[in-house]
Design a protein around this ligand. Structure first.
Ligand SMILES: NC(=O)c1ccc[n+]([C@@H]2O[C@H](COP(=O)([O-])OP(=O)(O)OC[C@H]3O[C@@H](n4cnc5c(N)ncnc54)[C@H](O)[C@@H]3O)[C@@H](O)[C@H]2O)c1
Length: 248
């Protein structure tokens, strides 16, 4: 434990697997009190239990981000138990690849509901408290697909371009209250449940454990509006910069 996040209350969505699980573990190792949200109750509880066994403070919340009432109730319970949320990581996400003509309305609505509406619901739940305390950090997980198009990815790209626009506007809204808002993309192939279904052979040869990009999330969690803010961050590059002492 190095304790850089000691005293901070953090919420991480999609904490059962992949990047979210690595961020939960890294935040716990840095001393944060972490609330890990996921739709998979047993898996997110197992992540939380392993972190607690290692000395961390992690609580699991089984919650489907498509359910607006459940999101509101979940954040109300966290705020009432923990007193506040200092850091929000909107990480949960899904992907599918389909040409537009076979993308059903349900496909579209489901993906947008998780990848774009979910972050809106979670950010809205913490915004008033962060503004009132004039402190906080919101980290929204984006993608290369948030800045350029990809084949058969109209819904996923729309959600990730959407998270970019949402974040740029939210950064302007939160800056007067000293709250940082950034987007982050892995910036290097990472091995997760999602990338098991999306990566080709070349990426599989070089993919990294998501734990290797988690220090970038820790760095963003420490930022206020006067620091690294309103940026699209490539996690892999930031981790290299941090290791070389180049990051601000
Ligand atoms: N893996 C990559 O290469 C990659 C690249 C760029 C961006 N991303 C983004 O990173 C984020 C995490 O991806 P990952 O690769 O770790 O994926 P993953 O599939 O390994 O993990 C995603 C987690 O989100 C949870 N989740 C999904 N829908 C949910 C819902 N409705 N309610 C609650 N939880 C839900 C899942 O249960 C899972 O635990 C996503 O936003 C993804 O778009 C991933």
């Amino acid at each position: 434990m190095s304790g850089r996040l000691a005293g901070k209350v953090a919420v991480v969505t999609g904490g059962a697997r992949g990047i979210g699980r690595a961020v939960v573990q890294a935040f716990a190792t840095e001393g944060a009190s972490v609330h890990a949200i996921d739709r998979f109750a047993d898996e997110v509880e197992a992540v939380a239990a392993a972190c607690r066994k290692a000395g961390g403070t992690v609580r699991a919340h089984a919650l489907d981000l498509r359910d607006a009432d459940a999101v509101a109730a979940g954040f109300a319970a966290i705020e009432s138990a923990a007193g506040r949320v200092d850091v929000l990581v909107n990480n949960a996400g899904v992907i599918f690849f389909k040409p537009l003509e076979t993308t059903t309305t349900e496909d579209w609505d489901t993906l947008i509901s998780i990848n774009l509406r979910g972050p809106f619901l979670c950010a809205r739940a913490v915004a008033a408290g962060m503004k009132a305390r004039r402190a906080g950090a919101i980290i929204n997980v984006s993608s290369n697909a948030g800045v350029r198009g990809g084949m058969d990815e109209t819904a996923y790209c729309a959600s990730k371009f959407g998270i970019e626009g949402f974040s740029r506007a939210l950064a302007i809204e939160m800056a007067p209250y000293n709250v940082s808002v950034n987007t982050i993309t892995p910036g290097h192939p990472v091995h997760t449940a999602m990338s098991e279904t999306t990566y080709g052979a070349a990426q599989r040869l070089i993919w990294k454990d998501p734990a290797e990009i988690a220090p970038a999330f820790v760095h963003l969690a420490l930022q206020d509006a006067s620091g690294l803010n309103d940026r699209y961050v490539r996690a892999w590059d930031l981790v290299q910069d941090l290791a070389a002492g180049r990051a601000a």
